[in-house]
Design a protein around this ligand. Structure first.
Ligand code: CA
Length: 241
């Protein structure tokens, strides 16, 4: 039986190249350009390994890797940018089996796919997410509840709080790496994309708007700490509600 690889990559040229190479190497390949497309495929057939790009038009690959890993031991390889050291560290911590740094040769990726498949035993099956489709995507911190799928934030008192797209991306990036200093560069990449250039203060504005919305109660510690000269740190414990 052929093993099925699902690739999620929004750059069509890379997607095509990788797909062709993996097909040549004898794999069954499913190619998707958006997170929605990917879930539609993964909820319908067995997947033996995921190849996940991180920056996507409708989601983020680290969050997707985390959701998959919570449900399955399937192989996961992430695709990161050259400067993506934090992505790689967080990705491996979340449970990705390996990473490939862009630009990469499809042959190298295919070799890593084969190597990860030799090590991993599990697959991802339709219905793996259906036991509790939303739970994996809802997280809690310091009394707040964030639904990453619906992009809903609930304050400790239960009131809904509106987040802009940038504020949501920033908060979900913090949630992947709590208690870790995240540099402005890293946050900027994740919030605005790798094409973002200059405007060093840009991320500070988003942080200060998010901070205003996440105001801690009297005497409670700051949720987002400034680490002078280094970046920002998200201090609460992140768990399930
Ligand atoms: Ca991308």
């Amino acid at each position: 039986m052929k093993q099925t690889i699902l690739i999620l990559e929004d750059e069509p040229l890379i997607l095509d190249e990788v797909r062709e190479t993996l097909i040549d190497d004898g794999f069954e390949v499913l190619a998707s350009g958006t997170a929605d497309e990917m879930w539609a495929m993964a909820d319908n057939q067995r997947i033996d390994l995921f190849v996940l790009d991180l920056m996507l038009p409708d989601g983020n690959g680290l969050q997707i890797a985390k959701t998959i890993r919570q449900k399955s031991d399937v192989g996961i390889i992430i695709l990161t940018g050259k400067k993506g050291e934090t992505d790689r560290v967080v990705g491996l911590e979340i449970g990705a089996d390996d990473y490939v740094t862009k630009p990469f040769s499809p042959r190298e990726l295919s070799a890593r796919v084969a190597s990860v498949l030799r090590r991993t035993k599990g697959s991802f099956y339709p219905g793996d997410r259906q036991g509790d489709p939303n739970k994996a995507e809802i997280v809690a911190f310091a009394g707040w509840i964030l639904d990453l799928g619906a992009r809903h934030l609930l304050a400790p008192g239960g009131d809904g709080v509106h987040l802009t797209t940038a504020e949501f991306e920033l908060l979900s990036t913090f949630i992947e790496g709590p208690n870790r200093v995240l540099s402005r560069d890293y946050l900027m990449d994740r919030v605005h994309g790798r094409d973002w250039a200059g405007y060093d203060r840009g991320i500070d504005g988003v942080v200060s708007r998010l901070r205003k919305k996440l105001k801690p109660g009297d005497g409670e510690p700051d949720i987002i700490k400034t680490v002078r000269g280094a970046g920002y740190m998200f201090t609460p414990k992140v768990g399930v509600p």
